[in-house]
Design a protein around this ligand. Structure first.
Ligand SMILES: Cc1cc2nc3c(=O)[nH]c(=O)nc-3n(C[C@H](O)[C@H](O)[C@H](O)COP(=O)(O)O)c2cc1C
Length: 197
């Protein structure tokens, strides 16, 4: 395994992401996000797109959805990247921080206008009762911001995951899968262990 440097395993994650992109992996920045519902201590997962912003891991959620509520009340999350072509996986656990308005607006501005209109109109947490009502809301948004910048809705929140634990995994022969774990040490550095396959 091309093991990351102990001084900066997050950089190692970015190197693996770059390798997946270079290999032509479709959607290399797609990952599984796990959050916990603090009311019932129940985990839940879904697929999201992760962006690298200023060398940090950032993703967006609708604050009204399950994950949006979970992260608001319990700011811990885990991400799992798996790149089929590389046969490599990285599991990351950490603390989430909501980005401020300036940073979130900057990331919002990188989205296409159509995607912004959908994000503004979608009640992602609701049962989809009437497709026409959704399309009408979307058209009203389009008319409201004709020839104008589409503003980021308040419920569109960008989070940064600050990793405290990363596990790098690579497929090996006969289920001998090398794994290397990095955990934040009390002094702020990283401690690392090679794990049994
Ligand atoms: C490839 C892919 C990428 C996705 N990216 C995002 C994303 O970046 N943000 C997001 O909120 N939902 C994204 N979704 C939708 C989520 O998986 C999920 O269905 C939705 O956000 C509702 O999640 P929740 O009810 O568990 O909170 C994506 C789905 C797929 C399949």
């Amino acid at each position: 395994m091309n093991a990351p440097d102990i001084s900066d395993p997050v950089r190692g994650l970015f190197d693996w992401l770059a390798a997946a992109r270079d290999r032509g992996e479709p959607d290399p920045q797609t990952a599984t996000l796990a959050t916990v519902d603090p009311a019932f201590a129940k985990p839940s997962v879904r697929t999201i797109n992760v962006q690298i912003d200023n060398d940090t891991l950032v993703f967006f959620v609708n604050a009204h959805t399950g994950k949006g509520q979970h992260l608001q009340w319990h700011p811990y999350a885990a991400l799992c990247f798996f790149w089929h072509g590389l046969q490599q996986q990285v599991n990351i656990e950490g603390v989430v921080e909501a980005l401020g308005d300036v940073e979130a607006d900057h990331l919002w501005a990188q989205r296409s206008r159509e995607s912004q209109l959908t994000a503004r109109s979608s009640e992602q947490h609701a049962v989809f009762g009437d497709p026409d009502a959704f399309l009408e809301r979307r058209e009203r948004e389009r008319e409201a911001y004709d020839f104008e910048r589409v503003p980021r809705p308040e419920h569109w929140v960008a989070y940064r995951l600050v990793p405290t634990r990363l596990e790098f995994w690579a497929a090996g022969w006969h289920r001998l899968h090398p794994r290397r774990l990095f955990e934040r040490a009390p002094d702020g550095g990283w401690q690392s262990a090679v794990q049994e396959p």
